[in-house]
Ligand binder design. Structure first.
Ligand code: LMR
Length: 391
């Protein structure tokens, strides 16, 4: 039986981790997977998380099962940070813990499928795993262009989608720090999107995986909150893997908002059944650490300060890149306007390969770079490499 399986290529993005690790060059630059790095190129555990973990070690007296919903104390502690103080408190909004943002996206799309969604409109380029999950869940992905050639969000394409989509359709949006383009909707554009969705039967699914790494926790939730305030139904996939630095601990959450507490409870019961059949329950440790941080004012402040310094460093690297006038055939000025960890460079696969082979610069084959992989010290080295392969 098993000899009928075709060999699958390793995930192209995750494969970069091993390729970069195996490269002996001391001045190699890792701009591959979306992991935050300090100016020294490290990805340390947040001090706030270390503090929370210490408390867990001292106080946790059982690791017995919780349930498919995971740690609801974690979910409840996160809600004001994600949805703000205006969120419905009448049972129309409810959530559960998931294994990372990927688990949350998987759950949202599997639930959408169970609720008879057949097509999902998705701005492209997008996070490659979105398309993989859609295919795996058995939903049809319908692509539209996310950004215009001058680096703004393509509102005309989105308006057309919403004018033509209908019952049985969903729209998958990045809440902030668009992966891979860094091109986010402005608050005014989100207001328009929220209004269009309010008048449409299309089910919005918002993936918020980088909250706090763009302009701030509240600023980065503007779109989600604007949509939530206007639409009856909404699915949200959330990741704490970046904004709490918990990558391998897999910390995510999923929320449903509907028009009634009764419908939300039914939707959550379906999500719990899907979770049980997929992973039974999410890993506990990272979510518990986030709960401890968010329930303690001192640790929360420490976490917010750490997140702010990450955001500011990303902003400083973006500004330095945008100010470079010597990047060969590449205009880096749009990077100064974009948000979050990612940007797309107009380089082809051969140029990406040459950057790797000749300069030790690792980036996705699509031309996506993780801006947070650069330091103020190696921006110039990177820009010179870019000039070499594109000039
Ligand atoms: C990325 O896009 O690099 C991250 O979201 C990591 C991942 O799982 O792909």
């Amino acid at each position: 039986m098993l000899d009928r399986l075709d060999q699958q290529a390793p995930d192209a993005l995750l494969a970069l981790i091993k390729l970069h690790d195996a490269d002996p060059r001391a001045d190699k630059i890792d701009l591959g997977v979306g992991v935050y790095k300090t100016a020294d190129g490290a990805t340390p555990v947040f001090a706030a998380i270390k503090g929370a973990e210490q408390r867990l070690v001292d106080s946790q007296n059982s690791k017995s099962y919780l349930g498919p919903e995971g740690d609801m104390g974690f979910v409840r502690a996160l809600e004001p940070h994600v949805f703000g103080e205006e969120r419905p408190g009448d049972g129309r909004l409810d959530g559960m813990q998931t294994p990372g943002g990927t688990g949350a996206v998987r759950l949202a799309l599997a639930l959408a499928k169970k609720a008879d969604v057949t097509r999902v409109f998705m701005g492209v380029p997008s996070w490659p795993n979105h398309a993989q999950i859609l295919a795996d869940v058995g939903l049809q992905a319908v692509a539209f262009e996310h950004a215009t050639s001058d680096g703004a969000a393509n509102m005309a394409a989105l308006r057309e989608v919403l004018a033509n989509a209908g019952q049985g359709d969903a729209l998958l949006l990045h809440g902030c720090c668009h992966n891979p383009t860094g091109v986010d909707y402005t608050p005014a554009e989100w207001d328009e999107i929220a209004g269009l969705l309010a008048d449409s039967p299309v089910l919005p699914v918002i993936d918020l995986a980088y909250q706090g790494l763009g302009d701030g926790m509240d600023e980065d939730a503007y779109g989600l909150r604007a949509v939530a305030a206007r639409v009856p139904e909404l699915l949200v996939a959330y990741s704490c893997d970046k904004n709490f630095g918990l990558y391998r601990d897999r910390v995510g959450a999923f929320w449903v908002q509907s028009a009634s507490a009764e419908v939300t409870a039914r939707a959550i019961s379906n999500a719990a059944a899907l979770a049980r059949a997929n992973w039974s329950m999410p890993p506990d440790h990272g979510g518990a650490a986030v709960r401890v941080v968010l329930k303690d004012a001192g640790l929360t402040q420490q976490w917010q300060d750490e997140l702010k310094s990450m955001r500011e460093r990303i902003g400083a690297v973006r500004a330095k890149l945008a100010a470079s006038s010597n990047a060969g055939g590449v205009d880096l000025t749009p990077l100064g306007r974009q948000k979050g960890m990612f940007a797309m460079l107009p380089v082809d696969k051969d140029q990406v390969q040459r950057l790797r082979d000749d300069h030790g610069v690792y980036m996705a084959g699509s031309g996506r770079i993780n801006v947070a992989g650069l330091t103020e010290a190696n921006v110039e080295q990177f820009v010179a490499a870019l000039a070499d392969v594109t000039g």
